[in-house]
Design a protein around this ligand. Structure first.
Ligand code: AMP
Ligand code: MG
Length: 176
């Protein structure tokens, strides 16, 4: 399929996490896929959405809720299987034919790892934009900044709740 270069798909995931190492038998699972589309001609941000995902190999810890504000109840009510979420990315966000962007390499690595472990097709194409690295290079910082730090440098207010994928994706799109 020809690559669609009109809009960039910006992605930010949240995953199950713990203070320190993973409890025995638990793996980090994606619990939210935040997305939006960034129009490369106009800079317009559209289709900003947070897709909640049911963890299959772990549970949402109090530490994770404190960090992300995502609760087990929210996941219970609105969460979908990871496989379904991946097919939404493919069908509704054309994730395989668009360039996609995230802040750092974490989101890419977690998708690769989780898709591999669960035997689910990787939903993205080969064109990934690492906004964290790009920002450090463009600004000649000599070191990479976190998302909040990058917004501060750009004097863009952090919109919404930090560590919610839906809001992080929009803020990353503004940086990009
Ligand atoms: P972020 O996009 O910065 O909200 O982080 C994505 C995911 O990384 C979170 O959902 C957590 O799984 C993990 N993470 C981020 N910060 C921390 C932290 N301080 N301690 C443990 N895990 C973290
Ligand atoms: Mg996030």
């Amino acid at each position: 399929m020809a690559k669609k270069l009109d809009k960039i798909l910006v992605v930010d995931i949240e995953a199950t996490c713990w203070e320190g190492s993973n409890p025995d038998g638990m793996e980090n699972d994606i619990i939210e896929i935040g997305v939006c589309l960034l129009d490369v001609n106009t800079g317009e941000i559209s289709e900003n959405r947070g897709i909640l995902v049911k963890p299959e190999r772990s549970v949402v810890s109090p530490f994770c809720t404190e960090l992300t504000t995502i609760t087990s109840e929210m996941i219970e009510e609105e969460g979908m299987p990871f496989k379904t979420a991946c097919s939404i990315l493919r069908k509704e966000f054309l994730s395989q034919s668009r360039a996609w962007a995230s802040f750092g390499a974490y989101d890419l690595k977690q998708f690769q790892r989780q898709c591999g472990d669960l035997g689910i097709g990787y939903p993205f194409g080969p064109s990934h934009i690492n906004v964290k690295t790009l920002f450090a290079l463009k600004k000649k910082l000599g070191h990479e900044q976190g998302m909040a730090g990058a917004l501060e440098i750009l004097e863009i207010p952090l919109e919404g709740t930090h560590h919610r994928g839906v809001d992080d994706a929009k803020n990353i799109a503004k940086i990009l």
